[in-house]
Design a protein around this ligand. Structure first.
Ligand code: XLS
Ligand code: NI
Ligand code: NI
Length: 438
């Protein structure tokens, strides 16, 4: 028995179900373009917002019953939390979870204690994972909550803070490896600055690169086969974060020779904060070969912060899902619900309702995307738009045989006079809309 035992295991009942505790669309065994739905979506529940956040915000105290939380967390409290979390994962019927070291373990003050406490909860997790079959999508170290990290972790002005961060990541990467985690995430929450007046930006970038190189080196040393992922975010909590968006992360990785070693975990809400579309971030990551995984929580376009809401608009997600379907799914990534309840959602049932709605939403988007890719009209429209590049002029430009002057002479001699052609944007938008029928 746990706080979450009040709801029966959630099953697929189909679109006409009247049961709010059932999936209407997410049918994990349904085969879509040759792959089971659960393999396409690889859904994960996050430990932190779901079990380690009591519903406080900067203006008010916690509202959610989470009896295992307190100013300091004992091993007993951590164990009760673990039981509740795995009870929830199992009943919800999802294949994966994600966690930060400090979300799950008993509070530690020294590094020795940190390593011991993390190992204890790792052993508990390993046992629950074996019992329930729930797997680890990714682990991560929290390098942003403790006051020591106020000035950054690897980008701190104090090398002792860098060393603490290194020790935390070493432990958490090894734990993730032993638990069979499929990825390891680094979200640089405070790897940025609040004011340039007291910040040496060039030096901080070097420190950050040094840190990341050490992490990559350690990954290989211990034989971790999962993917190292950076999660871009433009700001919050810092005024500016170095991993601003996918393009900025790629430039950083390229500069330090890490572009083959590290990929990105793209969060919908973070794209919104960066003033970018979610599908844009995915497109950039695919074009650069660094697409890894997704945090599917959304923001509110009128709020300038990470509201971490559950997704509920399938149509908005379709352009992103089309890209995923074209890629034939994730390699090691998945859809992590880095999403939190609203503060009035105080009943344990609310955590189920939130995830059920969100999982059905991404399932709807997946089915629409699969239809769009199968029908091929959108792809055809795109191909047609670029068809000139398949002709002799396009081929000669791409082959590199023409210099700027050579091409200019050719254009002038042939009297080239290109005619404007339709981009068919409204048709493309209608193709998306008409497939959203699930
Ligand atoms: C915060 C981030 C964080 C990461 C994991 O905005 O989304 O939750 O996903 O550290
Ligand atoms: Ni976030
Ligand atoms: Ni996130």
């Amino acid at each position: 028995m746990s706080l979450f035992s009040t709801v029966e295991p959630v099953r697929f009942e189909g679109p006409d179900s009247q049961n709010e505790f059932a999936y209407r669309v997410y049918d994990r065994n349904r085969v879509v373009l040759g792959k089971r739905m659960d393999e396409w979506l690889r859904v994960a529940v996050c430990y932190w917002h779901s079990f380690n956040w009591p519903g406080h915000d900067i203006f008010g105290a916690g509202t959610l019953p989470r009896p295992w939380l307190g100013a300091s967390i004992s091993q007993e409290m951590a164990d009760v939390k673990l039981t509740a979390a795995f009870d929830f994962f199992k009943r919800l019927g999802v294949p994966y979870f994600t966690f930060h070291d400090v979300d799950a373990m008993a509070t530690a003050t020294t590094l020795k204690e940190h390593a011991n406490n993390l190992k204890k909860i790792e052993d508990g997790m390993a046992a629950r994972m074996a019992d329930t079959g729930v797997k680890l999508l990714w682990g991560t170290a929290n390098l942003f909550s403790h006051p020591r990290y106020a000035g950054g972790a690897s980008t701190s002005p104090d090398p002792e803070v860098f060393a603490w961060a290194a020790a935390q990541v070493r432990c958490c990467l090894e734990t993730t490896h032993r638990l069979g985690g499929e990825n390891y995430v680094l979200w640089g929450g405070r790897e940025g600055y609040d004011s340039l007046l007291n910040t040496d930006l060039g030096r901080e970038l070097e420190q950050y690169a040094r840190f990341l190189s050490m992490v990559v080196e350690h990954k290989h040393k211990i034989g971790f086969k999962g993917t190292i992922l950076i999660e871009p975010k433009p700001f919050e909590p810092t005024k500016h974060q170095y991993d601003h968006d996918v393009a900025a992360v790629y430039a950083f990785l390229q500069r330090y020779g890490l572009a083959k070693e590290v990929k990105v975990n793209i969060e919908v809400n973070h794209a919104t904060l960066a003033g970018l579309d979610f599908e844009h971030e995915i497109a950039v990551a695919r074009a650069c070969g660094i697409f890894g995984s997704i945090d599917i929580n959304r923001g509110d376009p009128r709020n300038g912060w990470d509201t971490d809401q559950f997704p509920n608009n399938a149509q908005e997600l379709v352009p992103s899902l089309v890209q995923l379907v074209q890629d034939k799914g994730f390699a090691t990534g998945g859809f992590n619900f880095d999403a939190k309840l609203r503060r009035q959602s105080v009943e344990p049932a609310d955590l189920y309702l939130a995830h059920i709605g969100g999982i059905d939403t991404i399932s709807r988007a997946l089915l629409a995307a699969a239809d769009i890719v199968t029908e091929g009209a959108l792809e055809k429209l795109k191909q047609k738009r670029y068809e000139g590049w398949g002709g002799s002029l396009g081929k000669r430009i791409n082959s590199g045989e023409l210099s700027l002057a050579g091409l200019a002479d050719l254009a002038t001699d042939q009297g080239l006079n290109p005619v404007p052609r339709s981009g068919r944007q409204e048709l493309a938008e209608s193709i998306i809309a008409r497939h959203c029928k699930y």
